[in-house]
Design a protein around this ligand. Structure first.
Ligand code: P1T
Length: 385
């Protein structure tokens, strides 16, 4: 069926009933290899690193969600980012946002810099900061929006248009993990590559680790498929099944994540013990206007700082929440609380993180889809701990 709406696509996008039995969900093909009738003659599947039918079903769903023509599922979000960087060669330059998931920053600085890639970090709140950083060697713009953990917003459409105007050779890639295609579709906004940590909202149930890339360009799809096959960091069939099951409720989960996220942000914003709240749905957010234009809603991620910035107060809060589990990760149905400095962003040197405001007192919430009253009660009691 052509032109499905998004809520239909999460369930039916790219999906067909299995041919032999009519099975509504794709079987989990727990096989590493496929029989050939003559050398090179098979039913489209030869060896499961290249393709596996359960992964194929998931990748078709992923492509549909982001309005891409192709999608690729990887063993983790980091493996997906790694695959994008493998499109480049030594001497190439990447312009990236100055606030990124700590693991992304670690991969850029501690792995790929060693192989001759150069990275420049700019505040992507301003398009000029991006264009001013372009050199003859720039090959990739790496955008995270909203950013992890400071919830900064970049205007994907404006940046992509400007880049393509000036140099169509430069790729624009967007880490869409925080927003998900429910809130924004970077390919529609002019980006070349969308990346996800599918571990988070796409999977949605904190039961798998997975990454994804989506594109709408044949050449890029061919190059990424080659990297996925040749380097081998593929998503396994069981995880593919779980992710496909998760994706089918993405729209209903996201609707509630957004409702709860806004209520939590407003609650914290009005609280006497809270200093600053980072949430793009608050009108006081520096990029509220861009967020409102670019996103259908504002998501379930909320960061904040307490007025009392002492480690003692911050840790007292982090140790006292009962429903918000203190844990790495985000995007599952259950609420989580995270301390970026010691957890998700522990690999960023103190000097670098302080420059952009990731202080010891920063707390990040992944607001789940529980009853909002219970969540607010939990935050209230932890703020008074
Ligand atoms: O964990 P993995 O599936 O490999 O994805 C890495 C990744 C990439 N991009 C963003 C925006 C992310 O948030 C992550 C993973 N983040 C966490 C584990 C975290 O707690 O922030």
């Amino acid at each position: 069926m052509q032109n499905m709406k998004f809520n239909t696509k999460t369930i039916h996008g790219g999906q067909m009933h299995e041919e032999t039995t009519g099975s509504v969900m794709p079987p989990v093909f727990l096989t590493s290899t496929f029989a050939q009738s003559s050398p090179g003659e098979h039913k489209g599947y030869a060896y499961a690193r290249g393709t596996n039918p359960t992964r194929t079903a998931l990748e078709a769903s992923f492509a549909a969600l982001e309005n891409g023509t192709h999608a690729f599922a990887f063993a983790s979000g980091m493996a997906a980012i790694d695959a994008v960087l493998r499109l480049l060669k030594p001497g190439d330059e990447v312009i990236a946002g100055d606030d990124l998931y700590g693991g992304t920053y670690r991969m850029f600085t501690q792995l790929f810099q060693k192989y001759g890639l150069e990275f420049t970090y700019v505040d992507m709140n301003s398009i000029e900061n991006v264009t001013n950083a372009i050199t003859a060697n720039t090959k990739l713009i790496w955008i995270e929006t909203p950013t992890n953990p400071l919830m900064k917003i970049a205007d994907i459409e404006a940046i992509s248009a400007k880049i393509k105007d000036e140099n169509s050779e430069i790729l624009v890639a967007v880490d869409n993990t925080f927003a998900t295609p429910y809130l924004q579709k970077p390919l529609d906004l002019g980006a070349d590559i969308v990346m996800h940590s599918a571990t988070k909202y796409l999977g949605g149930h904190s039961d798998l680790v997975m990454g994804a890339l989506m594109v709408n360009n044949e050449k890029l799809a061919k190059d990424i498929h080659f990297i996925q096959f040749a380097a081998g960091a593929i998503a396994g069939p069981m995880d593919s099944f779980l992710a496909l099951r998760g994706v089918k409720t993405l729209h209903v989960r996201m609707q509630r994540h957004c409702e709860n996220g806004l209520k939590v942000a407003k609650f914290l914003d009005a609280h006497s013990k809270v200093d600053k709240v980072y949430y793009p749905g608050l009108e006081t957010h520096e990029s509220y206007a861009i967020a409102k234009k670019q996103m259908n809603d504002f998501g379930g991620m909320v960061s904040f700082k307490l007025k009392d910035e002492s480690k003692k107060e911050t840790f007292a809060f982090l140790e006292s929440t009962k429903l918000f589990t203190l844990a790495e990760s985000l995007g599952g149905v259950e609420s989580l609380v995270n301390h970026p400095v010691t957890m998700s962003h522990g690999s960023i040197p103190e000097k670098e993180r302080l420059k952009i405001g990731i202080t010891d007192s920063l707390i990040r919430l992944s607001v789940g889809i529980e009853d909002i009253e219970d969540l607010l009660n939990d935050l209230e009691q932890a703020l008074n701990a």
